[in-house]
Design a protein around this ligand. Structure first.
Ligand code: ATP
Length: 240
């Protein structure tokens, strides 16, 4: 298995994201650390996607700071944040359905020599053997779970420091989602910092969360370790 994954420490605080007059995220923050998964929970419309986009820079944030390994990226555009190591896998598997699996993966690789790109592609296939079997297939013909794996593999191929994954369970069967979670756990175990948004609270808390942040109407109502996130707190936070 390739061993050049290097996680980073992401520190986000005081972020505000608005759509015109409508503020979706108020003064929100989270941290992500190498080898840990931070799960971001909250009801529909709580602001989870908006916060992820504010962190990645795909939506502007009018306040707050985003710091990766001590480097302040708060005023930086999305491409600079991506180049610094923040990679966002957006909901809905943004892959190119009319390209082959290997062509999609090549698009995620850095611009290096073709020999080096072949080596990096081999690394990705070592990490994602299922995609190696499917490398010549047209991505749009893969199942939902396989497309989700491809989207995550494409992001991991770029060797990010922090992987942000938005709603990977969306449209997937429980079995397919479990496979996606296994892949996320494996990159986490190899040192990547991961922030995961999903609504399947029990599955996340049982299976993958190291740290938990709860958003409610754009504000953080809980931040702590998964052990501190007891079932009674989930109920009260989600019914609040
Ligand atoms: P879900 O779990 O349903 O995906 P979420 O927690 O990710 O929800 P967001 O999608 O961030 O929440 O939405 C937060 C708030 O911002 C909601 O009130 C939503 O209606 C609003 N919102 C989201 N996107 C837009 C947009 N493009 N324009 C205007 N308002 C938006």
């Amino acid at each position: 298995m390739s061993d050049d994954i290097r996680g980073g420490r992401l520190e986000v605080s005081g972020v505000k994201v608005a759509y015109g007059d409508m503020t979706a995220v108020w003064d929100a923050g989270l941290t992500a650390s190498p080898g840990r998964v931070t799960v971001l929970l909250g009801c529909n419309g709580a602001g989870k996607t908006s916060l992820l986009n504010g962190i990645a820079g795909s939506l502007p944030s009018s306040a707050g700071s985003v710091v990766l390994d001590g480097k302040d990226l708060s005023g930086s555009p999305a491409w600079k944040r991506a180049r610094s190591g923040i990679s966002l896998v957006q909901e809905g598997r943004r892959i190119f359905g009319d390209l082959r699996v290997d062509e999609n993966l090549l698009l995620g690789l850095p611009r290096v020599s073709s020999a080096e790109r072949r080596r990096l592609l081999d690394d990705v296939f070592e990490d994602f053997p299922l995609l190696h079997e499917m490398r010549a297939r047209v991505a749009g013909h893969l199942s939902g779970g396989q497309q989700q794996l491809l989207a995550i593999a494409q992001a991991v191929a770029g060797r990010p420091r922090v992987l942000l994954v938005d709603e990977p369970s969306s449209g997937l069967s429980p079995v397919a989602f479990a496979q996606v979670l296994d892949v996320i756990k494996s990159v986490r175990d190899r040192g990547l910092a991961v922030v995961l948004v999903d609504q399947l609270v029990d599955l996340l808390l049982d299976g993958i969360a190291d740290d938990v942040v709860v958003l409610d109407r754009g504000r953080v109502t809980f931040a702590g370790s998964a052990e501190q996130m007891t079932p009674d707190r989930i109920t009260s936070d989600f019914l609040a």
